[in-house]
Design a binder for this molecule. Structure first.
Ligand code: AP5
Length: 216
């Protein structure tokens, strides 16, 4: 199975991905996580990506397509993937289609999280992320048991605010989404594989809708 999670920054893609990868046994391919790891490791890709990410702009298509292409080769044609935050432009969507066709595969469904802008701004401004394991929290909606510390057993990592969750970057990310990513809703609707989920509600209620849309 190959699925895409589509939606504005802060729509809850990562939150729902964490549930889906467990229940549907999918490999999680989050280009945001992969790029943040590359920045942390100081790789050539990370050095190229950092300034785009900090300002809230999209990283050039060639860089992210290359990352996904490498990963598809490593995982092989039969792997089940959950693409989170990729594709984000029409050229990325076309490249994904071609890469999958080359290995005799295709996308099964695209889950689109529909959330109003004021909701995503509130979610992003309160998000805290674990430095060790990458788990996401929210100061109001998903608070950790101990302030500033990750709940995951054996982790105990420090929680921090992502550079691109600061207000100036959030505005740029929303603009980039509208200008470069939102056309993918129509792109996938025309292909008949888009499932639209109303995502301005509790995470559990959203997950029930996702499972129903995917026939799980
Ligand atoms: P990326 O990491 O993909 O960021 P994003 O798409 O902006 O998504 P987020 O991680 O911000 O949000 P999310 O939808 O996963 O929400 P989450 O579940 O965390 O990308 C970062 C950057 O990398 C990009 O700006 C770009 O520069 C670059 N990049 C990545 N992919 C790229 C690509 N393909 N092409 C080019 N550049 C690329 O939830 C957010 C918060 O809300 C959390 O605090 C969470 O606890 C809370 N929350 C979640 N659901 C709910 C709910 N239902 N109710 C209340 N609170 C909730």
């Amino acid at each position: 199975m190959k699925l895409v999670l589509l939606g504005p920054p802060g729509a809850g893609k990562g939150t729902q991905a964490a549930r889906l990868i467990k229940d549907a046994e999918l490999m999680h391919l989050s280009t945001g996580d992969m790029l943040r790891q590359a920045v942390k490791d100081g790789t050539e890709t990370g050095i190229k990506a950092k300034s785009y990410m900090d300002s809230g702009a999209l990283v050039p298509d060639g860089v992210v397509i290359g990352i996904i292409e490498d990963r598809l080769k490593t995982d092989g044609p039969t792997a089940s993937h959950l693409f989170d935050g990729f594709p984000r432009t029409v050229p990325q969507a076309e490249a994904l289609e071609e890469m999958l066709a080359r290995i005799g595969s295709n996308l099964d469904k695209v889950v689109y999280f529909d959330v109003p802008e004021d909701v995503v701004v509130e979610r992003l401004s309160g998000r805290r992320t674990c430095r060790q394991c990458g788990a996401n929290y929210h100061v109001k909606f998903v608070p950790p048991k101990v302030e500033g510390k990750c709940d995951n057993s054996g982790c105990d990592g420090e929680l921090y605010q992502r550079e691109d969750d600061r207000p100036e970057s959030v505005i740029n990310r929303l603009e980039a989404y509208i200008a470069q990513t939102s056309s993918l809703i129509d792109f996938y609707e025309k292909k008949g594989i888009l499932c639209k989920i109303e995502a301005a509600k509790e995470p559990e209620a959203i997950y029930e809708d996702v499972k129903a849309a995917l026939g799980m």
